[in-house]
Design a protein around this ligand. Structure first.
Ligand code: ADP
Ligand code: MG
Length: 675
């Protein structure tokens, strides 16, 4: 049960099951001084009037706490039965909770509560994370404290040996491991508790940075194809077929790629550039470089639509040069598929664009020299690993992302990749005007869209579609579509619709109607989020914008402003917005800089939800927070680089304990192969 609920299986796990806060008798608020803005408060008082009301699922338990100034109600909606048994009237308790206001009266819903006599007068009493299930079995906070206490009574001085070398301990002024582990459970002062947390965060981040430094080192010794020359394909394209002048940023990135691929080592490069910054052409030219050196190249996109669009634009660029290229997706079937596979295997097909279908077992390349991966965070770690396995030698890898990655996150997630940044938009772009409107003004908004369309422009209207409420969202998309048709009657306007429930062929057909300029309005879900390129589209209307994350809004907005015309992004929201949603709307209307937005997104949401990183486990730290602890992160990164440079395999005795810890965590072991 403990294992299932909290992943605690050994004594050591228990040691690392840290308290998340402490009861501290010296930090107490008087009840009379609480106000609705107080947020979290800690109170000491006497408990009276414990009683249960309601039946079944409506059952709740209330109790009153009073001190020498005032009284306040405590209330539990869950586990009422169990709480009732464990609480005693007329006893003194220490209580911690968040102030809520119900019917104009303040109360504390689901507070943590502890008998005052069970807490120590001087020190701070640890409060451990537990779950409702464990509580029901009697494993409350207090039981955890008792077990941990018993464990510590058995601990002898040598049982918690230091694992960091003393040079590091001294240089970064860390407390010892034994001190840290003792103090985090049973701190005798706030200062010691802080010192303990600091040290343990340091250790966590250091371990991750060591791994990254090691992988990076492996990359630098990983043999790769050597692209000896810039040849005919690249040069002909550059002089005769380039549809515009490259920006300086694009040129710089191409130089970086050229340099990497000529070293004889595998390239692992992350290309980040805001939406519309022109990453595609860089990818194409890198692929030509691969061809010039006698290798094949592929480009992998996260969705069918994107793969199609890449294929079309790349195909038309390469057609003039008579370079064959094909598309391979889940819907490539029959003879066409067989043919493509055959030509990839015998080497007569130099370039292929596709989706996940490219990493299927049946796909064999004759000699893949470069793999470009677009919008990489949609691809799982394992999928990239499979792409790698397609060769005797690793192909060069160029990962492209339009979601700029905040520095701290990049250090943690992609510390092993070299990063190129396109920080300049092609010339002549106008800043997209972004406005936030209430739904009540829908008619106005539709009028302004109509005037754009009447000028010959096109518009996107996007609805949220997220998995949890898929059915409801689907219905509101359909209702929205009907409504759009009221504002834009079908005898005068042409509307296309795409969403995830259509089969690929129909979706593609509808998308194509919009891309070709035939349809003036595209009603869509977020399937169009990444990459789609229709320069004539000048309006992006986002319905229920409050339901989108910042980065997603930014991505959607990036679908317009791709031509020379002034473009608009309109965010429609309802009335009842949370403070956080409002903040998101303010941020997105006040800047179009993807980096700023990514930083704010990370700060608001924390790293856990971002970029599909949750499953990967890379950002799973117990204490550390890469945003708040960016200072520590920077220190550990430097320290890790130094250590790995000195002793790449950590074999010297002073690093032995660290080495043991790193190798115990096997779940990241095949990282070196992912990109
Ligand atoms: P993203 O980086 O979002 O993938 P794209 O590669 O789709 O951006 O490029 C966005 C648009 O800008 C395309 O229409 C492309 O043809 C155009 N573009 C790219 N580079 C330049 C440039 N140097 N000058 C003018 N237009 C460019
Ligand atoms: Mg793109």
């Amino acid at each position: 049960m403990l294992r299932k609920e909290l992943e605690i299986a050994t004594f050591e796990d228990l040691l690392y099951h840290y308290p998340y806060r402490y009861f501290d008798r010296t930090q107490v608020t008087k009840i009379a001084s609480i106000n609705p803005q107080s947020e979290y408060v800690q109170l000491i008082g006497t408990l009276i009037n414990i009683f249960e009301e309601g039946v079944g699922r409506k059952k709740r338990l209330t109790a009153t706490l009073y001190d020498d100034t005032e009284k306040i109600e405590l209330v539990w909606f869950q586990g009422a039965e169990w709480m009732k048994k464990s609480l005693k009237e007329n006893e003194r308790y220490i209580v911690f909770g968040r102030v809520a206001v119900f019917n104009g009266v303040m109360n504390l819903p689901h507070p943590e509560i502890e008998l005052l006599s069970a807490t120590s007068v001087a020190g701070m009493q640890p409060v451990y994370p537990t779950t409702e299930k464990l509580k029901a079995k009697g494993l409350s906070n207090r039981s955890f404290a008792k077990i941990t206490q018993a464990l510590f009574e058995k601990v002898r001085p040598g049982d918690l040996p230091e694992i960091l070398p003393s040079t590091i301990i001294n240089q970064y002024r860390l407390c010892s491991r034994a001190q840290a582990l003792t103090w985090i459970h049973f701190p005798d002062s706030d200062e010691h508790m802080q010192a303990a947390r600091y040290r343990l965060k340091w250790e966590e981040l250091f371990a991750s940075q060591l791994k990254i430094a090691q992988i990076r080192l492996q990359h630098t010794i990983q043999p790769g194809w050597k692209f000896e020359k810039v040849g005919d394909n690249f040069n002909r394209f550059y002089s005769n077929h380039l549809p515009f002048q490259l920006t300086n940023a694009q040129k710089r990135v191409l130089k970086e790629i050229r340099h990497d691929t000529a070293t004889g080592k595998q390239m692992n490069r992350l290309l980040q550039g805001d939406v519309g910054s022109g990453k595609t052409i860089v990818a194409v030219m890198a692929m030509l470089l691969s061809l010039d050196n006698g290798f094949q190249a592929c480009l992998m996109a996260p969705t069918e639509i994107l793969a199609q669009q890449h294929y079309q634009s790349i195909h038309s660029l390469l057609e003039q040069m008579e370079i064959p290229c094909a598309i391979l997706t889940g819907s490539t079937k029959g003879k066409e598929r067989k043919d493509t596979l055959q030509r990839l295997a015998d080497g007569s097909l130099p370039i292929v664009i596709g989706t996940h279908a490219l990493i299927e077992e049946s796909v064999k390349f004759q000699n893949l020299g470069l793999a470009v991966i677009d919008e990489q965070h949609r691809f799982g770690v394992g999928q990239r690993a499979r792409l790698w396995q397609k060769n005797e030698k690793a192909p060069h890898v160029l990962v492209m992302t339009a979601t700029p990655i905040p520095r701290t996150l990049a250090m943690t997630l992609y510390g092993d990749l070299d990063v190129s940044t396109i920080d300049e938009l092609p010339p002549g772009r106008q800043e997209i005007k972004t406005v936030w409107r209430n739904e009540m003004r829908r008619a106005n908004v539709m009028d302004s869209i109509r005037s754009e369309i009447d000028k010959g422009r096109q518009a996107y209207i996007v609805y949220p579609l997220i998995e949890e409420s898929e059915k409801m969202d689907y219905e509101s998309l359909m209702a929205g579509y009907e409504q759009v048709k009221v504002f834009f009657p079908e005898d005068k306007y042409r509307i296309a619709m795409v969403h995830g429930r259509q089969d690929a062929a129909l979706r593609e057909q509808n998308m194509q109607r919009f891309v070709s300029g035939h349809a003036q309005i595209l009603v869509a879900t977020t399937v169009i989020e990444v990459g789609v390129n229709v320069p004539n589209a000048s309006v992006m209307l986002i319905e229920s914008a409050e339901r989108f994350g910042l980065s997603q809004l930014h991505q959607l907005r990036g679908r317009v402003g791709r031509g020379a015309e002034q473009s608009y992004c309109i965010l429609l929201t309802g009335n009842a917005l949370s403070a956080e949603s409002k903040q998101r709307m303010h941020i997105i209307t006040s800047t179009t800089n993807g980096f700023t937005i990514a930083e704010q997104d990370l700060a608001m949401r924390g790293p856990g939800d971002l970029y599909g990183t949750r499953q990967s486990g890379v950002l799973k730290f117990k204490l550390a927070d890469i945003v708040k602890d960016s200072g520590i992160l920077e220190q550990t990164r430097q320290a890790a680089q130094q250590v790995i440079a000195e002793d790449p395999t950590l074999t010297s005795p002073q690093y032995q304990p660290l080495r043991n810890i790193l190798f115990r965590e096997a779940h990241q072991s095949n990282w070196s192969k992912i990109s």
